[in-house]
Design a protein around this ligand. Structure first.
Ligand code: UD2
Length: 318
């Protein structure tokens, strides 16, 4: 295979951090050669699992997720998609590539979206124990309300992998969204914190993801017993876990870009991005929240209303 020679005195990029202080690579466009990685990975013949949830109205995101993942996620490699849904009958039929398989797993729904989101950790840990440890080598958990626009390949594979949040990648640690209340099991003391990791995309070897999901759900359960819910639910617990169990590889915000944000020059590609929730949803919420109109005062246009309703800060207020 022929490719440009690497030189130690010619870094591929000088505008971004390429290695964490604990020597984990941070994956950015322009820092790797996909052909080399593919050739190395093919010799191992690994199977990668992807766990994703589409409960209640989120079934509408299945088509966009699976359609784009079929094209862009680990293209040419073996992938098992595990789709948890309370509406198996609504899963659209999608022609997957021969090396990709879809498993539809019925799951109960919860009235609160926070519970749907938080219980993912428990469900993933149980399925690793009962099935996936025999079926896949690596496992990734992904939000369903996303679409892929560029290849996400074997550069994401490592023992323990976290994605740096697109909302908070330049913020000082004390203004990040960590849970800081010491009563919560997700609490991170002031003055501590590396990066803020998004719960929308994390993964690693099956055994490491088992440890992670089991530990995070234990934290969620203990908080519940004490009448506490961490600021960003299971994401807060994930951040605590990854602070004390350092990821062996970090994905830059290219791997989860939030559509609400303007993309700066350092984010050269948008590989995966959130899908904007739609206007009908906004109308229903507007009706429901009639009494909270004063909250909307800062929002001058319909577009900013949409952003406001679906941004994390609004969810927090509600
Ligand atoms: C953030 C996190 C998300 C989770 C959540 C918890 C990012 C980008 N996303 O997302 O991973 O930590 O906060 O506060 O950091 N779901 C359903 N049905 C529902 C609600 C949720 O299936 O009614 C599933 C679905 O797979 C969805 C995921 O839970 O993708 C996360 O929910 P979200 O995307 O609404 O949460 P969001 O955007 O606040």
């Amino acid at each position: 295979m022929s490719y440009p020679q690497p030189f130690v005195d010619k870094p591929q990029r000088t505008d971004v951090l390429l290695v964490s202080p604990w020597l984990a690579p941070i994956v950015w466009e322009g820092t790797f050669n996909r052909d080399i990685l593919n050739a190395q990975y093919r010799q191992k013949n690994f199977v990668v699992g992807v766990a994703t949830f589409a409960v209640k109205k989120y079934v509408r995101f299945i088509e966009g997720f699976l359609g784009s993942a079929n094209k862009f996620f680990l293209s040419g490699h073996r992938v098992n998609f595990y789709l948890f849904t309370d509406h198996p009958e609504k899963v659209p039929s999608i022609n997957l590539a021969p090396e990709k398989r879809l498993f539809i797993i019925p799951v109960q729904n919860y009235s609160r979206w926070q519970d749907i989101s938080m219980n993912r950790m428990d469900i993933i840990s149980n399925h690793i124990h009962s099935h996936w440890r025999y079926e896949v080598d690596y496992l990734y958990s992904m939000d369903i309300d996303v679409q892929m626009f560029e290849h996400i390949g074997v550069e994401i594979i490592d023992t323990l992998v976290g994605t740096i949040s697109s909302w908070q990648y330049t913020k000082p640690r004390d203004s990040n969204s960590y849970e800081r209340h010491p009563e919560s099991r997700a609490a991170i003391p002031h003055g501590e914190g590396d990066f803020y990791y998004a719960a929308s995309f994390y993964g690693g070897s099956v055994s490491e993801v088992y440890k992670l999901t089991t530990a995070c759900f234990k934290g969620v359960t203990e908080d519940r017993a004490n009448g506490i819910e961490a600021k960003w639910h299971e994401e807060s617990h994930l951040n605590k876990y990854l602070l004390y169990h350092k990821p062996t590889r970090l994905l830059s915000p290219e791997y989860y870009w939030d559509e609400e944000l303007i993309r700066p020059r350092i984010i050269r590609v948008k590989r995966l991005s959130s899908v904007r929730k739609d206007l009908q949803e906004l109308e229903r919420l507007t009706l429901l929240l009639g009494g909270l109109r004063e909250l909307l005062v800062p929002c001058s246009s319909l577009d900013s209303l949409v952003s406001f309703f679906f941004c994390r800060e609004a969810k927090c207020v509600l």
